[in-house]
Design a binder for this molecule. Structure first.
Ligand code: NDP
Ligand code: 8X3
Length: 250
């Protein structure tokens, strides 16, 4: 049987690129996200290999329903890619929208927690050689104006990943906090409430990471020898430096 990767946020950016890379290279893929039409595109591209399941990370019932709906031939799970997430808003406190704060917390923290809890029994069946790869961000440890709650949700992802390692000690599961910097996807369009022009502008005069760069990193992590655990990875494009990492444009 082929190894299986369960991906959150497979409808765009890092998740979609990872789904395609793994599907092309002999893995089966459970692809999740809210946008059914994009899941259908992936299924059509890789019939029998990609199985799409609609899932909303902000609804615990939706997560439980999605995991319960994984077909038998897509079990057990070898890798969980906890990638789905978002930033909303760029305002400095107190110029913020607290509904946006709540959505980021519900998606990036609560959704990731419940996905992990639900998928864990299916990963434990694989044990040695399996992995959970959680998407944090450089925003989890570099402060920038307007990064307030988004960055804090990603700091949570880092520490939760380390704590999960201790809780799952002895199971053989590897756990990584994957922390990218500036990367081109729909991230800025979502953050700005659908401004695709702002999205293009953000990446126009620089050379950001591409979703494929993240997919290649996930591939490397998931295929490391079974005794190797990379705790965390910070990955940036060459145009971004750790002393001044933020490219946010007002
Ligand atoms: P995209 O906006 O391109 O993709 C985000 C994905 O998350 C989509 O597939 C979307 O699916 C999914 N998602 C968002 N909200 C929900 C929800 N409520 N339920 C289910 N799925 C949801 O951005 P990226 O690919 O860049 O983002 C992927 C991850 O990487 C995020 O966690 C982001 O915070 C993180 N990140 C991004 C960086 C960047 O510069 N791009 C840098 C560092 C980290 P759908 O809308 O169909 O539900
Ligand atoms: C996305 C990176 O710096 O735009 O997590 O917040 S940043």
């Amino acid at each position: 049987m082929s190894p299986v990767i369960f991906i959150t946020g497979a409808t765009s950016g890092f998740g979609a690129a990872t789904a395609r890379l793994f599907a092309k290279n002999g893995w089966q893929v459970v692809a999740t996200g809210r946008r059914r039409e994009r899941l259908a595109e992936l299924e059509a591209e890789f019939p029998e290999i990609v199985h799409g399941i609609e899932m909303d990370l902000t609804e615990v019932a939706s997560i439980k329903h999605a995991v319960a709906a994984i077909p038998e031939n897509f079990k057990p799970i070898t890798c969980l890619f906890n990638n789905g997430g978002l930033a909303l808003g760029t305002g400095a406190i107190p110029d913020v929208d607290t509904d946006q704060w709540q959505t980021m917390i519900d998606t990036n923290i609560v959704g990731l927690l419940h996905t992990t809890l639900e998928v864990l029994p299916l990963i434990k069946q694989v044990g040695r050689g399996s992995s959970i790869i959680n998407v944090g961000s450089i925003a989890g440890h570099f402060a920038y104006t307007g990064g307030n709650v988004y960055g804090a949700t990603k700091a949570f992802v880092h520490q939760f990943s380390m704590n999960l390692r201790t809780d799952t000690m002895g199971t053989g599961i590897r756990i990584t906090s994957l922390e990218p910097g500036h990367a081109k996807s729909e991230f800025t369009a979502v953050r700005t409430g659908g401004d695709f022009e702002a999205n293009e502008k953000m990446y126009a005069d620089n050379e950001p990471l591409l979703p494929e760069d993240i997919a290649n990193t996930v591939w490397w992590l998931a295929n490391l020898p079974a005794h190797v655990n990379v705790n965390s990875i910070e990955i940036m494009p060459v145009c971004q430096v750790p002393t001044r990492p933020v490219l946010l444009k007002k």
